[in-house]
Ligand binder design. Sequence first.
Ligand code: SF4
Length: 378
Amino acid sequence: MQNKQFSVPEEIFDPESRISRILEETTQRQAFSELEKPAEYSIERLARLLSPAASANLEDMARQAKDMTLRRFGRARQLYAPLYVSNYCQNNCAYCGFNFTHKFKRTRLSIDQAVKEAEAIRSMGFRHILLLSGEDPDYASVEYFEELAGRIRKLFAAIDIEIYPCSEENYERLYNAGIDGITIYQETYDRSIYSKLHTKGPKKDYNWRLHTPQRAAESGFRRIGLGSLLGISDWRKETLAMAEHGNFFIKNFWKSQVSISFPRIRPAEQVDPQDFVSFVSDRETVQMMLALRLCFPDIGITISTRETSEFRENTLSICVTRISAGSKTNPGGYAGSENETVSQFEIDDDRTPEDVAKVISQMGFEPVWKDWDEGFSD
Ligand code: SF4
């Protein structure tokens, strides 16, 4: 790596630290006074906006976040579709249906099947696709993604991946094949919770995962998607750690656009969200989005079909800039290339992409199927 590596400030997860005190002791008045300041990031400012006291100011925060999103992003709202190519995985994340200890018939789409699925996604109107797999390179190798990207790159203006962490050398190969966006969730930035939830497989290595988006950015990837899985730890502290991570990219990789997702834990094969104790409510998720928008006017905010249509529409009208639609979270879900395959998690919003686009238009926004062209590349 050419740049200094990111590390999570230790004070974030220390209950006795200065930042923990700011979260606990900020008053409503102090939180409100942050709205009178310029839209800049500092960890202290974000902590005040995330504090329990700030939740009383949510309507004012939403008004400001809405104006800011309109000024920076206009009325364009980008649509994308996920394509799951494999549900084989070497890890045992306690919150995921693809966990290798779960017994079910696994599937990996052949390249021809995956191309057929991608064509089905393209025929729905999408020009932005996210390729996903469980984390098992034996079944979905770098060569597999290179070949698949080569076959579908003419169909899509942008191809992103959400797969296992790769070396810089492999990211360079994927970039040269036409993939230039990555989503990689740290899941939790809290090391002690991370080690309890990831006890087997390569994902046990917290640092390797933490530095993954940096390896991708150094290989040229221009879209970096970060996220914490909401429901497994303290959402306020996760937001502070994720913001530090995002700020690191803004400062060191100005060519890469950072976006943040807010995945809340969902029911899945042998997974009950009630087994996880840190439930995050709608109101808290919105506070998290607004606080981040008020500190980072230019970051993308992504919301998936995990959420209800009502929640997606409400947040889209305020600060969300990117939204999936018509999603299938099982391999072969679009063109029926495989039957009865297991999903990573259950979705909530099952409207068609056409219906989602129609609603976005009715709300006064412009659904954008394509926001990048290879011709823009330098
Ligand atoms: S979250 Fe990812 S790494 Fe963990 S079990 Fe699921 S697919 Fe595998």
